[in-house]
Design a protein around this ligand. Structure first.
Ligand code: TA6
Length: 296
């Protein structure tokens, strides 16, 4: 279903027969809502999010392409999240079957303007699909369509904002003992300690060579977000905490308590595509009721 969202921006609403739903704005191909069959919202969107181009929407799942953060000459996180994508009626076959899933296919190609700041042509196809159990899957296919035989190199992240009841009651499992680049210490490399990650201050870490599965446990809601990823070796964990929250106009001063970003990414080893080559990656999010924390 295509409808007008905030400020008249067009959005697609996917409804799954068992009751779960997803909303994605054509602006940025930006998922802003993912609800389970009990109509509970799984993603965080700031109450102060500015749904007005060219400002990216604060929350949901921003698409960071062709540049993660300031790792290059483009604007922070690249331009894909503040461009208007189109719905593609019959895309080339996707690597995943969608027979029992609802889905929408979005497409981004660079404009002449874009080619001035990033002189490459590409086709970015994003398939957003919802399964019978309410799991949300994002499949990206990025193809180098340069006519001049030039390869291009990029970094990438699904910048997912999870909604949590209280950040001080959240832990992340699956990133223990891994190396990470600490963005709060000019990206120096450290090694994470041995037990699950908990939160009591600003965190901005790019974990390297991470497992395909990461769990985000929300103790109060008794809910675990399970992140499964393919082709995305890194994972960014970010919470601005109080001081940085106050510096963000599109983020409430207290909202850091109800969100956590855990971002499936390709950062440490930028991706290079030759003309004609296509890069395919998948992110699958599910939310399962979790019993009490193990060992607490
Ligand atoms: O993914 C973490 C991060 O790179 C942080 O350093 C912070 O800048 C965050 O992204 C938000 O970036 P944005 O451009 O959306 O404000």
């Amino acid at each position: 279903e295509i409808t007008k969202g905030i400020n008249g921006l067009e959005k697609v609403i996917l409804r799954e027969t068992h009751g779960s739903s997803v909303e994605v704005y054509l602006y940025g191909a930006h998922v802003t809502s993912w609800k389970n069959e009990h109509n509970e919202e799984m993603l965080f969107v700031s109450s102060k999010a500015i749904f007005k181009p060219p400002k990216p929407i604060r929350g949901g799942i921003p698409i960071c392409f062709p540049q993660f953060s300031n790792l290059g000459l483009l604007e922070a996180h690249g331009f894909a999240r503040n461009r208007l994508w189109t719905i593609e009626a019959d895309p080339p076959p996707f690597p995943s079957n969608v027979n029992d899933r609802v889905f929408v296919d979005l497409l981004l190609k660079p404009t002449e303007e874009d080619m001035k700041i990033w002189p490459h042509s590409f086709e970015y196809r994003l398939r957003i699909t919802l399964g019978p159990g309410g799991d949300l899957m994002l499949i990206s296919r990025i193809r180098n369509t340069n006519a001049d035989a030039k390869p291009f190199t990029f970094t990438f992240a699904y910048h997912t904002y999870f909604s949590v009841s209280d950040i001080s009651e959240v832990r992340v499992e699956g990133l223990e003992t891994l190396d990470y680049l600490d963005n709060t210490k000019n990206r120096e490399r450290y090694t994470e300690q041995g037990d699950a990650i908990t939160f009591e201050s600003e965190i901005d870490k790019i974990y390297l060579s991470t497992p395909t599965k990461i769990a985000v446990l929300d103790h109060e809601k008794k809910r675990t977000f399970v992140i499964r990823k393919e082709g995305l070796p890194d994972a960014v964990v970010w919470n601005p905490w109080d001081k940085k929250a106050k510096t963000m106009a599109d983020f409430g001063d207290e909202e850091y308590k109800q969100m956590l970003c855990v971002e499936a990414a390709a950062i440490e080893k930028p991706v290079t595509l030759k003309p004609g080559e296509e890069w395919k990656v998948r992110l699958e999010l599910s939310a399962v009721p979790s019993s009490y924390f193990s060992g607490q």
